[in-house]
Write a protein that binds this ligand. Structure first.
Ligand SMILES: Nc1ncnc2c1ncn2[C@@H]1O[C@H](COP(=O)(O)OP(=O)(O)OP(=O)(O)O)[C@@H](O)[C@H]1O
Ligand SMILES: [Mg+2]
Length: 268
């Protein structure tokens, strides 16, 4: 991004990632319905939250450029849909929800290839592996790792590319408690240090409350709320979106039980 364009976008208040409108149909079902959110600010981690099937992965894939016809995403006022797939790949790194396949390729080898493609010095691979606690796995084939270890490698593959936009779809789902915290800290630090816009899909609302700067809530393919986590993750939104009775305290979210949900809403 040329400096002038960035300065202009800051002056006009457009700095960051603005998404929408985005509409996605799958057969007769509208999976995302005129979704708009942002601007999501550089240096901040945005949590994308919502029940199963609410459209989180679909929205992330759209921003990654995998559903180019679905709608708009602008970074600092620049329309990303105008970029070639290769150039969009330089802007955005996307970690999918599906686990890495059990390849026989070595962990270090794979990360070095990703670094080379992104024009990042290969020396950063060892540093990143160390920070993720994977230093002893560099020579191991990906297929010889545990599920959680493979999830950390998938995260490393996104981080090593040093993108402007980092898109992480449930990166904590296979990790133990210590690794979950470690990953959230690394993601927050990298996001701040590199001025990235990071969107992270989470199901752990306490984690979202404590470790994100901004939250977007999706319900049935629509934006239900957006703002600072404390304003958006509330007793009412927990009841309306997840159908649970819960308390939001300074210690986090405590779920007391199931709430009644209107008929037909369970499968959103
Ligand atoms: N390829 C597809 N064909 C048809 N419907 C699809 C397809 N992919 C997703 N959907 C539907 O789109 C909706 C949104 O899916 P999406 O994967 O974005 O949800 P999600 O919020 O990421 O859910 P989860 O928390 O379970 O990962 C769901 O109702 C899903 O069944
Ligand atoms: Mg998903």
């Amino acid at each position: 991004m040329p400096t002038r364009m960035l300065t202009d976008s800051v002056a006009s208040g457009q700095e960051g990632l603005t998404i929408g409108p985005v509409t996605v149909r799958r057969g007769r079902k509208v999976v995302l319905d005129e979704v708009r959110c942002g601007p999501l600010r550089p240096g901040e981690v945005a949590g994308l939250l919502g029940p199963n099937g609410s459209g989180k992965s679909t929205l992330l894939r759209m921003v990654a450029g995998l559903l180019p016809a679905a709608g708009r995403a602008e970074l600092d006022g620049l329309d990303l849909s105008g970029l070639s797939a290769a150039r969009r790949g330089v802007f955005c790194a996307y970690m999918p929800q599906a686990p890495l396949p059990q390849l026989m390729l070595g962990v270090g080898e794979m990360l070095e290839a990703a670094a080379r493609v992104a024009g990042v010095p290969a020396a950063r691979v060892a540093d990143l592996l160390g920070r993720l606690g994977l230093e002893n796995f560099a020579r191991r084939p990906v297929g010889a790792l545990s599920g959680g270890q493979r999830q950390l490698v998938a995260l490393a593959l996104a981080l090593i590319r040093e993108p402007r936009i980092l898109l992480l779809d449930e990166p904590l789902s296979a990790l133990d408690l210590r690794h979950q915290l470690r990953v959230m800290e690394i993601v927050a630090r990298e996001t701040r240090m590199r001025g990235m816009v990071t969107i992270i899909v989470l199901h752990d609302l306490t984690m979202a409350l404590r470790h994100t700067d901004h939250v977007v809530l999706l319900k049935g393919g629509r934006v239900f709320g957006e703002g600072v986590p404390e304003d958006v993750i509330t007793r009412d939104s927990l009841s309306a979106l997840w159908g649970v009775c819960a308390r939001v305290t300074t210690d986090g979210v405590i779920v007391d039980g199931l709430a009644d949900m209107p008929a037909g809403e369970e499968s959103d």
